[in-house]
Design a protein around this ligand. Structure first.
Ligand code: KG4
Length: 336
């Protein structure tokens, strides 16, 4: 009998639903919330309200596009955390209600584990592998021994890589989220035009707050000399900032490969959409150093397909979640 999983994602500002049957993705629907653009960041209460508006139509569309009725579902898998509590509660409550009414199991997914599993949607992963997980809230190097056995080898001690891009974009007066804007501008800029601080942190950990401050001070000084400095040099600024962030990320990742001897390396999280970072991975593969796993663009940012595939593997292991288990906002990646 086939196994059909509905995945639901609502941890931040994207409402997502996806259907997977026997490991094959049938539909993947995401409603991105535009309401935050005017605020330079996600406004939690607005996000919760938008999830409430989106959840029913998004799930209905995902089922319709998959050609699957509710009664055909084997289980519902939902992101239980980490994320914004008000956002999580919308998806979690909906998933619990649906699972209870259909009499099928509920499965919980860790959002970060889901990002890693996004790679599994398009290719067979060979364990163990390392994964660079880079998003707006996290920057981690993981050792992945199985879909449910992930160990943090290093992580940011302050800001995440995506957060650094978003904040630097904000001080330049660009929109939110800054990552895609910087990526686009950087394609036309000189990555060696300016240098910014690359903090020295121990072991495999990262730090991006020093870079952010160095960028801010540099801009402040230049703007004193030329009030239109950003306008005149935005491409070079974006390219140099992007290069600095990619260099920081790759340096520790190369060290992790050296320390572990694991040469299969995956990329995941929102920042994995970044052109220069993807290219840096491909360069390692071209040089014969690594075998790389890079998710297609559609699976880089928050989506429910990655939650549904996680649910599929958990279903095979009969790893179900009690209906009284609460959502959690802050726990990092760990086997659940
Ligand atoms: O994983 P994600 O969708 O959300 C969470 O943080 O959970 O990641 C969002 C982050 C934002 O910081 C955004 O600026 C960044 O991913 N991002 C990018 C690109 N696309 C999204 N950063 C650099 N280059 C991109 N093309």
């Amino acid at each position: 009998m086939s196994i059909t999983i509905l995945g639901i994602e609502s941890s931040c500002d994207d409402t997502g639903a996806a259907v997977i049957r026997d490991g094959k993705l049938l539909s993947n629907v995401t409603a991105s919330q535009k309401v935050h653009e005017n605020y330079g960041g996600v406004v939690p209460e607005l996000a919760s309200r938008a999830h409430q508006q989106n959840i029913v139509p998004v799930v209905s569309t995902a089922l319709k596009e998959a050609g699957v009725s509710k009664e055909e579902l084997s289980a519902v898998c939902v992101t239980l955390g980490p994320g914004l509590m008000g956002s999580l509660l919308v998806g979690v409550s909906f998933a619990k209600g649906l699972a209870a009414s259909l009499g099928i199991p509920l499965i919980e997914a860790n959002h970060l584990q889901g990002h890693v599993m996004a790679n599994q949607l398009t290719q067979a992963l060979e364990y163990p592998f390392l994964c660079l997980l880079v998003s707006g809230g996290n920057s981690q190097i993981l050792r992945v021994d199985a879909y449910n056995k992930m160990t943090i080898l290093g992580q940011t001690i302050d800001d995440a890589a995506g957060e650094a891009m978003d904040k630097c974009s904000k001080v330049m007066g660009f929109g939110y989220p800054g990552g895609p804007i910087i990526d686009k501008l950087a394609r036309k800029g000189n990555p060696d035009a300016y240098t910014f601080a690359k903090p020295n942190v121990k072991n495999l950990d990262y730090s991006f707050s020093g870079l952010k401050t160095s960028f801010l001070y540099f801009l402040r000084d230049e703007l004193k000399k030329d009030a239109l400095f950003v306008e005149h040099h935005k491409e070079d600024l974006a390219a140099s900032l992007e290069k600095t962030i990619v260099d920081i990320l790759m340096k520790k990742l190369k060290l992790a490969v050296k320390q572990t001897g694991i040469r299969h390396v995956a990329l995941s999280g929102g920042v994995s959409a970044n052109t220069a970072l993807r290219q840096a991975f491909l360069n390692q593969e071209k040089a014969g150093n690594w075998k790389v796993y890079i998710p297609p663009f559609s699976f880089t940012t928050d989506n429910a397909a990655m939650i549904a595939i996680t649910g599929y593997y958990k279903y095979l292991d009969k790893d179900f979640c009690p209906l009284d288990k609460p959502a959690y906002s802050k726990v990092g990646i760990k086997p659940v």
